[in-house]
Design a protein. Structure first.
Length: 292
């Protein structure tokens, strides 16, 4: 283990990133220095300035420096995200899930440790020529793979034991289920026998009910026939009664005519008729007189 508590390969990767970060930091500082130098060369050409002119120059310098620093900080954030993406992609090839603790990023003790490491590494790199080998792209390491493989085997063995235990539990449950199935089949046969007896009794009840229905139907048909005969008899009796009524009405009309004829032949009728005739003549005579 090296100064940072990681193996030599990973520490070399850290050193490579710190050199890259130092280069970016130096370039950013040069940009800031150039902003101040540009201000000196372009604006500080007179010996005296007013307060407003100084404020204007400082505001312009602040705007330029703020923009440069903000751009560099944003670019640094994006660079760190790309670095994390490389590490996470490599871990995912081994089906690993890495975790980060953001609170450690503000741990002053750890930050001082990194600063000392950078200082010592920078001092040692200035003493020896820079002959860094070409770094390959991130790829799974064999030494880490062996350890991971052993952990995977142990995990699979543990899962195998769990599966065996679960299999025994399932076998026990299956045996109990078979016993329960046998009991249910026996209960079903008994129920079918009971249903068969009930079915026979039901058939007998249905036969008796059908016989009763047939008897009721026969009785209804007989009653219907009797009703039809009575209706026919009543219709014939009604026709006969109508004929007798017409006959009686004819006889009554004949009797009235005979009675009227006999009444006309009486003396009272003749006297009354003569009186009416005389009265009619008198009326006619009066009308003629009135006319004249």
């Amino acid at each position: 283990q090296a100064e940072l508590g990681i193996n030599e390969h990973h520490q070399n990767e850290v050193v490579s990133y710190m050199r890259f970060a130092r280069f970016k930091r130096g370039r950013c500082l040069k940009t800031v220095d150039s902003c101040f130098q540009d201000l000196k060369d372009s604006r500080l050409v007179e010996e005296t300035f007013t307060v407003d002119e100084v404020i204007d120059m400082l505001d312009g310098l602040q705007s330029v420096v703020h923009s440069e620093v903000e751009s560099e900080l944003i670019n640094t954030t994006y660079t760190n995200v790309l670095l994390l993406r490389q590490l996470f992609s490599q871990a995912e090839k081994w089906y690993l899930k890495l975790q980060t603790d953001v609170s450690d990023l503000e741990n002053r003790e750890l930050l001082d440790q990194v600063a000392e490491f950078e200082k010592s590494e920078y001092t040692s790199s200035n003493k020896k020529p820079s002959t860094d080998p070409i770094k390959p792209k991130l790829a799974p390491l064999n030494e880490g793979g062996s350890e991971l493989l052993n952990k995977t085997v142990a995990h699979l063995q543990e899962e195998n034991e769990k599966l065996k235990t679960r299999l025994r539990t399932i076998e026990t449950q299956a045996t109990a289920a078979l016993d329960e199935k046998s009991k249910l089949e026996k209960s079903l046969r008994d129920l079918q026998m009971i249903q068969g007896d009930q079915k026979n009794n039901a058939n007998q009840d249905i036969t008796e009910l059908e016989n009763k229905v047939a008897a009721l139907k026969s009785q209804f048909e007989k009653t219907l026939n009797d009703t039809t005969a009575n209706q026919k008899f009543l219709e014939e009796d009604l026709v006969t009664t109508k004929h007798n009524l017409l006959k009686v009405q004819d006889q009554l009309s004949t009797a009235e005519k005979e009675l009227e004829k006999k009444f006309q032949q009486t003396a009272a009728y003749r006297n009354m008729k003569e009186i009416l005739t005389k009265k009619n003549e008198q009326i006619k005579d009066l009308r003629r007189r009135l006319s004249k």
